[in-house]
Design a protein around this ligand. Sequence first.
Ligand code: NA7
Length: 293
Amino acid sequence: METTTKIGFIGLGTMGKPMAWNLHQAGFDLGVYNRTRKKAKSFKSEGVKVYGSPKKLAKASDVIIMMVTDSDALVDLLMGAKGILSGLQRDAIVINMSTVSRESNLEAADAVQLEKARFVEAPVSGTKKPAEDGTLTVLAGGDKNLVDELDPLFRAMGDTVLYCGELGQATNMKLTINLLLGGMMQVFAEALVFGQKQGLDIDGILENISSGPLQSPLFEIKGQLIKERNFEKNFPVDLLLKDLNLVLDAAQQKQVFLPAVSAVREAVNGTQSLGHGDEDMAAVVKLLEKVSS
Ligand code: NA7
């Protein structure tokens, strides 16, 4: 992939903005689109072309990257009025880096291929900070040669590229990881609330976790944030809930029994209902604290 290849990036949210920025910094010929135009302002002032519609971006791009919330956003941007499909060039490559269901990826791939263009799914593992540092893990699914061709692009956004297999398998890998992430976050929060209700000090609990076989960067980072009562979003409750719903839907299709994940989903759903959807997933502790006191 040459740096002269025209890249169009759609979705300048928490993750997409730093990812697009890293592509620009790596010297790729970048253009961007975001539904809320003001989020593209910093790109415009750096000389990056800002398009007024996905259609206009698609007309001008060899590679189109999408990093948007969910399946609804993916469908709107691809198939809506002035959507990508209405401007897609023959042989262009569409990369979906958003986390959506396997089925949504397959449907998007079919629609793109009908226009004689190509499709790769590439959800990422890692949150805001790795996105800023360019240290995400890119999970890629689809044609292996195409994924290899895109390697320089992925490496501008991440330090690891993991080829997961045919289309759909990268999503399955992402959901496997996020199942574990959600479960670890919830049970960690429960351990902190339980321990403190028994009269233990949070510093002591965190130190004890860090010094034994349960030591984990996730517990260290989230433990510190909970201690500081800092719930600024890295990976918000809303998106964790979306992913747990995707996990449980996929599990149901294959009749996989996930009792703990069902319980975690209820707790995350409850946290969202309390109004903490836009806060970091560490806010799951707030529901526990509220109903435990
Ligand atoms: P954010 O910060 O919520 O950003 C979401 C982006 O998706 C943002 O640019 C939104 O545009 C865009 N979006 C959402 N819905 C639509 C529709 N319907 N049409 C057009 N654009 C839309 O999410 P993150 O960056 O944290 O995460 C992105 C993905 O990575 C997600 O799948 C995570 O699970 C992993 P807006 O600025 O609101 O106009």
